[in-house]
Design a protein around this ligand. Sequence first.
Ligand SMILES: *[C@@H]1O[C@H](CO)[C@@H](O)[C@H](O)[C@H]1NC(C)=O
Ligand SMILES: *[C@@H]1O[C@H](CO)[C@@H](O)[C@H](O)[C@H]1NC(C)=O
Length: 242
Amino acid sequence: MSSLHFTFSIYLLTFALFLQTIFGDIPLYNICSSSENFTTNDQYESNLRKLLGNLNYQTPSLGFGLGSVGWYQYQTYGIALCRGDVAAADCKACVNDASNEIHKLCPYDKGAIIWYDNCLLKYSNKDFLGQIDNENWFYMSNVQNVSEPTIFNQKTRELLSQLAKDASFTTKKYAVGELELGKSTKLYGLAQCTWDLSTIECLQCLDDAIGQLPSCCDGKEGGRVIGGSCNIRYEIYPFVSA
Ligand SMILES: *[C@@H]1O[C@H](CO)[C@@H](O)[C@H](O)[C@H]1NC(C)=O
Ligand SMILES: *[C@@H]1O[C@H](CO)[C@@H](O)[C@H](O)[C@H]1NC(C)=O
């Protein structure tokens, strides 16, 4: 890496940390459902507020929260999930940021989802609990290409398939791991599902995510396939706390 490049990276990192200090974490992405809206002072709004309060309270200790508030057309369902290695205090901060931010981004939507590095928050007027979210996906990838894409893609798939199995069978629905790529390089991976999925559903969701790797991150040094029920990530550097 050239020194100019390096300085620029440090500069960006510093700037990102600066922004983070002022504004809290920056969301990776969000989706507002827009198919049904509520109005100000609607019963749905107060139920949603209560639901978000419950999720804020419930999620940090375990890393996952789930709930529903209200009845009939005013009922709202929600989940919050923190990345498996995130400490309770950071989880709390993330879910809190997520609740505030999603309210600004999707003010009148009955359903919405927002993702951060450390957490995801989702709610809807439809009961989605225990069902795989096949609709809400997005990708992130490193711009750098690897020198031997065929073998690299194969190794990535191998690692993530193993982690998909590991995550599905654990109670925290989370697994991280690594794989030797050569003498001096390693591949690091992560797989995680929301806890409302069963073992089979989690595995199916993660397999779907792995199936999207060619569209997401073919031959790229790092990538993430992120959904409403599960996500995978790989990098050639460690990216989770031990
Ligand atoms: C809900 O509101 C958004 C803008 O806030 C709008 O784009 C969308 O069409 C609305 N949906 C319905 C069903 O009214
Ligand atoms: C990676 O490869 C793609 C397609 O082969 C190319 O368009 C892109 O410029 C490459 N990116 C870098 C950073 O070299």
